[in-house]
Ligand binder design. Structure first.
Ligand code: ZN
Length: 175
């Protein structure tokens, strides 16, 4: 048990590790409930109340969470509870576990793969995007990565979120 090793919800380290607000909010909830770990139903209720998340969004965050922290499901009475239990053995870097070399290679295109905007001419910020998202089985292989400007990346994430109700079918179709 490496609980003492867990970064505090307000620490700089956590902010660097979990760049997305929803993931940090989930972490904070799990962190506060270490002594009395929540069930999946409680986690979903919390996320819906706090961030207006759908259940499938929350379930995906719980899966993503496991990239960074151990979150075993532990039997408690008739339910399973989810207990934050130290760092994952291989900690991903919060950007999907992509090595700096691969990141550099993807971003060396220096233009958004969607509409071709560039940091130099259009003052956009380029980000590494997974063509097929992690949560749908996409890998960190360079073939699955592309540069997107922050706006296109945001739009794409919003688009995928809108597909959440169909996530299971799409995952089955793309696997
Ligand atoms: Zn773009």
């Amino acid at each position: 048990m490496s609980e003492n090793d867990l970064p505090g919800p307000d620490s700089d380290e956590l902010r660097q590790l979990l760049t997305r607000e929803g993931l940090r909010s989930l972490y904070e909830f799990l962190y506060e409930r270490r002594a009395n770990p929540p069930t999946m139903v409680e986690i979903r209720e919390h996320a819906a109340a706090e961030n207006g998340e759908s259940h499938s969004q929350t379930d995906r965050r719980v899966r993503e969470r496991r990239n960074w922290f151990k979150l075993p499901a532990v039997r408690s009475g008739r339910a399973h509870v989810y207990r934050l239990d130290g760092r994952a053995d291989t900690i991903r870097d919060g950007r999907g576990g992509i090595s700096p070399r691969v990141r550099g290679e993807v971003l060396s295109a220096k233009r958004c793969a969607q509409y071709g905007k560039t940091p130099a001419d259009d003052h956009v910020k380029l980000e590494v995007d997974h063509k097929i998202p992690h949560s749908w089985g996409g890998t960190d292989d360079i073939e699955n990565l592309q540069p997107l400007c922050a706006q296109c990346n945001h739009d794409k994430q919003a688009f995928y979120s809108s597909l959440d109700p169909f996530e299971e079918q799409i995952r089955a179709a793309t696997s």
